[in-house]
Structures are given as structure tokens and as C-alpha cells.
Ligand binder design. Sequence first.
Ligand SMILES: Cc1cc2nc3c(=O)[nH]c(=O)nc-3n(C[C@H](O)[C@H](O)[C@H](O)COP(=O)(O)OP(=O)(O)OC[C@H]3O[C@@H](n4cnc5c(N)ncnc54)[C@H](O)[C@@H]3O)c2cc1C
Length: 341
Amino acid sequence: MLNEAKINETKPKVTVAIIGAGIAGLSCASSLQALGFEVQIYEKSRGPSDRMSTRHGEGWTADHGAQYFTARDRAFIEELNTWIKAGVAAAWHPNLSVYESGQWQESNSKEKRYVGVPAMNSPGQYLAKNLSIECNQTIDKIYRNDGKWHLHSLENGDITQSFDYLVLAIPAPQSYALTKLVDHSMEAFCSSVDMQGCWTVMARFLEMADMPFDAAFINNEIISWISRNNSKPGRTGQETWTIHATPQWSQQCIELEKEEAGKLILDSAKQLGLNCQNAEIAIHRWRYASGATNTEAGFILNEDNKLSLCGDWLNGGRVEGAWLSGHKLASAIHISAALNP
Ligand SMILES: Cc1cc2nc3c(=O)[nH]c(=O)nc-3n(C[C@H](O)[C@H](O)[C@H](O)COP(=O)(O)OP(=O)(O)OC[C@H]3O[C@@H](n4cnc5c(N)ncnc54)[C@H](O)[C@@H]3O)c2cc1C
């Protein structure tokens, strides 16, 4: 007689395609895989982790996306503890300042801050190790046929495998582009969330820059944040500073040439005391850096067509919000699959 274990063994696994290998997609995939789903991730760039990212050069690295993250939710704290145990995250205790109305002051923030170790993309790479990810696959079309999701990739055409569930773990404007032909209520929702860009400058110095802090929140027209990468745990190599422009200024100037945006940011940094004249400079434009809403669940799942959305922009923004969004969506898909086999 077949027992329940035998039946489960022969039952095909529910399949899920996840578009996007940022921290939300990786979190959703890890949780789904642990729950017994067969998961395939498609990622348009060369590797995972995107906005939790690090630029590498000869003898230097710079975190040029997320600078640190906080951990307040119990589930995320548990996850963070596994990252710390695996050596891919650690607490960061910067000497922190604030610049406001032309005045510097020491920050009195008691927030606990964490970073990836040795780089901001280390937790993402750690999660990616046990997952199936196809990189350099930009999904530019999705459609549903015979109760399954089908995908088309810009680089490779139609993807042969079809899927029971589809998760879009990508920013709002990119989700809008994919949902508009297949789900009008999701399309309308995606178009209602604005995301702003961020201009980022990385400056490499031959000697230690003479600044009296490791990082600072800046309230001026152009710059919002500067920080010394080497003050973070596990960083070696040349002294490197990251400068982020404000979301408002970045969005206004998003179409500037890199060099032009970089010059305006560096002029502003000089006025703050960070003179990068002798530094080597790299500049990055993030088209969709910030901007989020708070959905009730932290994700969206349409149980009828099995299409879903997760990501920081549905859950307050930031790394913790992104991870939780993917994690909670996985539980919801688990329940949905049990109720609608
Ligand atoms: C400059 C900057 C500073 C930040 N600072 C902080 C901070 O200090 N603290 C903090 O907590 N958070 C910060 N954040 C936000 C944090 O990085 C994000 O909240 C988080 O990393 C978002 O993860 P995600 O998985 O939702 O999205 P992403 O990381 O954007 O992942 C989405 C993935 O989808 C891929 N993709 C998109 N479209 C397609 C497609 N059509 N086909 C295939 N793949 C696709 C992308 O390549 C990307 O890898 C910052 C972000 C930026 C940019």
C-alpha cells in the first residue's frame, strides 16, 4: 500500500519562476525551496544582489548601493544571525556625524547597523549558493497559457520551461513593464509607485582622507550621505569613500552625463571638507534606488492567475523590507498551493 511519503515522492513539485536576484528574490527563493518548491531565478545582470552591491577594482572595493542595514523584525534577526554565523555579515560601529544647516554635529543615533562581510553583496552571494539562477537573462515578456506561466528572454528568446507560479522580484517600473499586458490591476498598482534614482560617486585615495568621522548624514541640496568604506568590518585595500546624492537632486539630474553629475557632487563634497582632487573617481547612476509604499501584507499575490510581486518597494523600502517581502510571499504561495492544487 502506498503511504503518504510515497505519494509525495511521486507527486511533481510545484514550480516557481522568480524574476530578479536581488535580496527579495533570493529570500523568496530560499524560503520556497525549503518548503519543497522547485524554483528557478532569472536575473538580467551578471550576478545576484543588485542594490546590495559592491564595486570591485584593483586593490579597492566600494559599497555603492545599500550602505548598511538594520534588523528589527524577529524573522529577519534570525536570518541575520545565520549570516553572521556564516561570516557574511557583521555589526558596523561607525563614528557618525550629521551635517545640518551648515553645522556639523556628532550623531546621537543608537541604531544598530550591519553590513555584508567582506562586501555588501556577501549575504546575497551566500543565499545564491544553493539556488538555481540563470544570469544575463532579461525577461521582457510574460504570458499565461494552459494554466502555466511562460517567459521570454531578451537575450535567448522563449524559455522552454513553464511554471505554476510567477514572482516578479523587481522594482515598480520594471514590474509595470511586465504586468501591463497580463494583469491590469497589478499594472495600475505598479504605475502608482514612484521610484527615484541615485547618483553615486566612489573616490579612491592613496592616503587616508583627513575627515573626523567614518560616515555622515548630510542635509544639503546635493549630497545625502558620505562614508569611508574601510571603516566597515572585513574591508582591505585602498582608502575609499562613497558619496550618495539626494533622491530629489538625483532624480532631477538623472539624465546628466556621468562626468557632469560627478563634478557637481565632487564640488559639493569639497565644500563639506572631502577634497577628492587627487582621488581616482568612479561614478554610478542608479535609475531606481528608492521609493516605496507599505502594502498590508508586504507583497502582492493574485491567487487566480498565480502572479505575484515582492521587493523593497512593497514593504517600506530598504534591505530588511525587501528580505521580509520575499520571505512572507513564499509563505503565502505555500498556503495558496496547498489550497489550490
Ligand atoms: C544608492 C542606494 C543606497 C541605499 N542605501 C540603503 C541603506 O543604507 N540601507 C538599506 O537598508 N537599504 C538601502 N538601499 C536600498 C536597498 O539596497 C534595497 O532596498 C534592496 O537591496 C532592494 O532589494 P530588491 O531585491 O527589492 O531589489 P533589487 O536589489 O533592485 O533587485 C532586483 C533585481 O531584479 C533584476 N531585474 C530587474 N528587471 C529584470 C528583468 N526584466 N529580468 C531579469 N532581472 C531583472 C535586477 O537586475 C536586480 O538584480 C539603498 C539602495 C541604493 C540604490
